[in-house]
Write a new protein. Structure first.
Length: 132
């Protein structure tokens, strides 16, 4: 799967996409790994609630503010995305969900999200479905 978030940061609910892949796989009992394949993007599980997403944005920006860019040694290379690397580290690189009776087996309110911290270009998400 490829995502191209048009803004610098954003959260995309990818649960419907992953459900389709699980159905297509015909796996009835197993595991689904969803992995952000770029160092400035994330995959995580949480609630699909807009207030929570705004809270994430505020919290992450407080932990690793984008500006001033010069505060990060990584940006001495000419990049401006050191904060995105740090945000990804906090939010995680992958999620694993059980497949039970052919469906993603979530807890209440759980959804899978792609988190983008340095967007405006295509990035790959790997999905591996294993089981019987």
């Amino acid at each position: 799967m490829i995502f191209n978030v048009k803004s610098r940061r954003g959260f995309v609910n990818i649960t419907p996409d992953i459900r389709k892949l699980v159905t297509k796989s015909k796996v009835r009992e197993g595991l689904c790994l969803v992995n952000a394949m770029h160092i400035t993007a994330s995959v995580f599980i949480n609630d699909d609630e807009s207030g929570l997403h705004r809270d994430y944005e505020k919290w992450l920006e407080g932990l690793a503010p984008h500006e001033p860019i010069a505060q990060y040694k990584h940006n001495d290379t000419g990049e401006d995305n050191a904060d995105a690397h740090l945000k990804r580290q906090v939010m995680g690189r992958e999620a694993v969900v059980a497949i039970t009776n052919g469906k993603l087996d979530f807890g209440p309110w759980e959804q899978i999200f792609y988190g983008e911290f340095d967007g405006r270009r295509p990035k790959r998400v790997l999905v591996k479905i294993i089981g019987e």
